[in-house]
Design a binder for this molecule. Sequence first.
Ligand SMILES: *Cc1c(COP(=O)(O)O)cnc(C)c1O
Length: 429
Amino acid sequence: MVKQYNITLEDVPKRWYNILPDLPEPLPPHTDPETGESRLAQLPKYILGECLKQEFSEDRWIDIPEGVQDLYAQAGRPRPLFRAKLLEEKLKTPARLYYKSEFYSPTGSHKVNTALAQAYYAKKEGYERLTTETGAGQWGTALSYAAALADIECTVYWVRAVYKWKMERLNFMKLYGSTVHASPSPMTKSGKELYDQDNDHPGSLGIAISEGVEHAIEDDGAIYCLGSVLNHVLTHQTIIGLETQKQFELADDYPDMMISCLGGGSNFGGFTIPFLGEVCRGEKDIKFLAAQSEVAPNLTGEYRYDFGDHAGLTPMLKMYTVGHQASMAPIKGDGLRYHGAAPILSLLRHHGLIDTVAYPQDEKHVFERAQMFIRTEGFLPAPESAYSVCAAIDEALKCKETGEEKCIAFNISGHGFMDMHGYTEVLER
Ligand SMILES: *Cc1c(COP(=O)(O)O)cnc(C)c1O
């Protein structure tokens, strides 16, 4: 039994897939709120020209620049697709389980796939600095890494509640040469307002986004980079699913069900969108399941226009949202704490193509499932990825009851080497 399916470096896809032309209806455009100045008019002040072009592109395929292809190779792509044979045996399930290994990443997550592209475009467009926010710290590290390779500066606004306990990740970002501020910070107007009320304010992803955006608007040499939610980010991430499609050809198999964790939607989208495209075009029949937390179950929220950030600096996006100022309890899978789901995925959910499961704030069940995976397959998933693993195991156990020989593919968006204390705290409680 072959355990690993991989393609050669030459076979790594050279184009990203843009699902916009294949969606069941046109994507509702990003818009402006009814009052206040135009957020859309501000976009070019903080989003890269190339990324803005891609955001609204109707081209089904977007060429990956040769420079970015080289960076993908440098970052270790392609990443193998594994058959989880040992886990299947342990579970005694008739289901066939496969997982994609985005944990083989220099910084620990799939986020390098878009970070490398954005830093590359930023350098080409003549910017000297990148600004961004980070929640769990994975995106901040990925962009710091990409900025270092592009030889460009990087400032990261990091949600204080997480900044305070992830010392290794802070040092990792600094090692790449980034400047890191706990958010809300006194460095920006939107941060200072909250910081002055409480200089130990725990912050949120939405607040940190406001700070990163404001910094980029105020500073001409700087451009803001977003690590999830927007169309172009999901498009860059399709490298994951496009590789996976080729790997399933090698495996002579095809998924009946695809699973991944979903915060803003970039790893879920990257993994599934090439397959969702096939379903939209009527070529395939696949179920899609997003694993979420009950503290941020955005896919079960309302489908409506909402801001992408806390302060309302961004345009309004039509998406499933729990509200841009919703407060969310802290969890170890911090990357899943975001109020909205990417517009592309929201539209597809609206059309009934994406199901969701949300796990309780107490992450014991999720981490116990991840522990089963660690003890059989040996890899340590990031706390966020543990939700994907958990949902896959739960589905595989359902198959055991029904006897269904389903093919289940799940994505492991990152590794948990820097999150050990999160696991031990929950599992040893
Ligand atoms: C950021 C992150 C997530 C959640 O973000 P998405 O945009 O929903 O993918 C999940 N897993 C890992 C490892 C992450 O770094």
